[in-house]
Write a new protein. Structure first.
Length: 133
């Protein structure tokens, strides 16, 4: 027998995406004050995700953060092949981020710089990240 769902049990509400709003981090001054919203709040969220090592902090879910420490000391070709996957995996766990792409790499002495575009609910954001190898 197939269950019958009564019309009275159907949800009578609509799910609405809440605005992106958070406290402003002043990294140079090492303090937090004021509020951010929109694309600047998303830029800060991306910064926090990429600079928080996954599994290291009990306060965060195991779905939050990135795994960049594993790339330290690795050869440049290995870093190129793995950094794209690690960044994409870390960022797509946030439901406000829809896509990560347009990766470009440039080697430096003891580091690899990567530039990429993050498509969010607040628009596209260009990001640059350095990984020491």
């Amino acid at each position: 027998m197939i269950p019958f769902i009564d019309e009275d049990l159907q949800p009578d509400f609509e799910s609405v995406q809440q605005p992106v709003r958070t406290y402003r981090m002043h990294l140079e001054e090492k303090r937090i004050s004021g509020l951010l919203d929109g694309s600047e709040a998303m830029r800060q969220a991306i910064y926090k995700i990429l600079n928080t090592e996954r599994y290291d902090y009990l306060i965060y879910s195991w779905n939050y953060g990135s795994e960049m420490v594993e790339l330290m000391g690795q050869p440049v070709p290995y870093v190129y092949s793995d950094i794209k996957r690690k960044i994409t995996d870390a960022l797509l766990r946030d439901d406000r981020i829809t896509d990560v792409g347009d990766f470009s790499f440039s080697p430096g002495k003891g580091k690899v710089s990567v530039k990429f575009t993050v498509a969010t609910t607040e628009g596209d954001i260009e990001i640059e990240k350095e990984v020491r190898n």
